[in-house]
Design a protein around this ligand. Structure first.
Ligand SMILES: [Fe+2]
Ligand SMILES: [Fe+2]
Length: 257
């Protein structure tokens, strides 16, 4: 099974040429699924969501999408009254989708919050209810690979200076270890990496994607990740924009013991 992991599309602050290149690249690579880990829009406006919906419609493969902090209206009454209406109207009714495939079970979690006990509401959080949902989903899983996706990363990689780790990450990591989750796909940092952590004797890979096509690049150009699963191993390839092509520049293969 092949999954293309894209993130931080930021429609409204996207580069149209890069969006076109990405669309053609995804069509050529022909993954079974395109998984988008949040920040689908820049300002959660109706035209941005409509353009994002068009992007997903043009892809011939199914999409699995979760929201990010930019998919909530800003300081606008809608943020507090109907925070997810536009996302639901245009992208998906379900903010926390689930998928059972032959080799992979995927659980999506919404870590964006309309309000947070912090000055910066761009941060994300995981609740006790969400940890319980993750535990229940994976306790019933019988597939070789267990994949969780949430927009805000549970870990901060050593090379990333700004700590944007999701709130309650220690509790989340405990749940991931207990449920032997194999892969966590996230975004938000606009910085691609694969970090490995062993918990309860089980290896979990924390995979983050760069921004797929927005102009909001940090230290890396636009990029995405390609995951190829077989029964016993997964190959994770990181691609980034070079000229007018998304080229592989790093890859990790993990085999189950
Ligand atoms: Fe973002
Ligand atoms: Fe974000």
């Amino acid at each position: 099974m092949r999954i293309a992991h894209i993130s931080d599309l930021h429609f409204g602050a996207h580069d149209r040429l890069v969006t076109e290149i990405l669309t053609q690249t995804l069509i050529e690579l022909d993954p079974d699924l395109v998984l988008a880990s949040g920040d689908i829009t820049q300002d959660a406006t109706v035209p941005e969501f409509a353009e994002a919906a068009d992007f997903f419609r043009r892809l011939p493969m199914p999409a699995f999408v979760i929201p990010g902090n930019h998919d909530l209206p800003g300081l606008d009454l809608r943020r507090f009254v109907q925070p997810w209406k536009r996302y639901r109207d245009h992208i998906a009714r379900d903010l926390e989708p689930e998928l059972h495939a032959d080799l992979v079970d995927i659980k999506g979690i919404n870590s964006a919050r309309m309000i947070l006990p912090a000055l910066n509401w761009a941060y994300g959080s995981i609740s006790a209810r969400q940890r319980q949902d993750i535990a229940s989903f994976f306790a019933a899983s019988t597939t070789p690979w267990r994949v969780l996706t949430l927009h805000h990363p549970p870990l901060n990689p050593s090379e990333f200076p700004l700590d944007v780790t999701v709130f309650n990450s220690e509790e989340l990591l405990k749940t991931l270890g207990e449920q032997k989750v194999d892969i966590v796909l996230s975004g938000h940092q606009h910085h691609a990496y694969v970090e490995t952590r062993v918990m309860n004797g089980h290896t979990t890979l924390f995979v983050c994607a760069s921004t797929a096509m927005s102009i909001r690049v940090r230290k890396q150009p636009q990029g995405f990740n390609l995951l190829d699963f077989s029964d016993k191993s997964v190959r994770i390839e990181l691609r980034q924009l070079s000229g007018e092509r998304f080229l592989p520049y790093s890859a990790v293969t993990h085999t189950k013991v």
